[in-house]
Design a protein around this ligand. Sequence first.
Ligand code: DP6
Length: 324
Amino acid sequence: MSTRTASAVASPNIALVKYWGNRDDALRLPANGSISMTLGGLETRTTVDLDPLLDQDTLLLNGAPASPDSHRRVRQHLDLICDLAGLRARARVVSQANFPSGAGIASSASAFAALTLAACAAAGLDFEPRTLSRLARRGSGSAARSIFGGFVEWHTADSDDGSFAEPLAPPDHWPLVDLVAIVSRDPKTVGSTPGHALAQTSPLQEARLADAPRRLAECRRAILTRDFDRLAAVAEQDSNLMHAVMQTSVPPLVYWAPQTLTVMQSIATWRAGSLPVFYTVDAGPNVHCLCPAELASEVTSRLHGLPGVLDILACPPGQAAHLI
Ligand code: DP6
């Protein structure tokens, strides 16, 4: 085999009904289904060059050699894909995101979606998007959703075959914008992967999971009917439920900074005053503020007026991951 190269681009996503906890950590089978919006304007570009003559991998992630942990995770993912293709090859991987890591955006989602596409193409595997989504899931759960653009649902299942994402609505279905209010750029102390493993230690996780089908149905319906108030209510409740589980885990995980709560409370006040905007917070302190696109400048200027807001990234619904 000579060297085989392919490049792909993928965007991160923001979960409106969130994934927290796995029923199977090794296979990354999520404890509950989730729904997200792919984030336009932000992307990771990844090139994979499979070369049987290399004696070790070289992985350049955002301009720097990969840490041992990232190296292990990427190698495990490449092994999974190379095994499917019946290949044995080391790789040169160059991956670059156009947004800062530590910006409160799940960079592992876009990174593993782009890596999956590029590595499959380099290995000569021509899979349909559903299979690519299942494979991306094995690298990082939320990457399953970043295979698709627009509004996306990822299903939970008891086996590898059944847990994939699929599009709910295309990017132009609903012109919302996610204004990501950056309140801290510090790297998080506990990553999502060890965080998921703690979910079951919270007595609240069981109740969160039992109610997940209702929230998923609400969210799906809100998106399909473009019902902003319905989406705002379910997304904020879902985010608060996940953080309640995190904060009551053993040991507790508190991802919020004081400024996180300032932004959340301001948003609740603005919405009570009839400005349509809601918040959702992932495993970090930064606050995703979603509003109709025509109100983005009003919400942006109000956010800039809050203490502790360092920067704001504006993301419309984004496109599916694709080869370049
Ligand atoms: C809070 O997909 O980053 O952002 O599968 O271990 O890579 P791993 O976890 P990851 O978890 C995302 C958690 C979340 C909620 C969500 O995106 O659904």
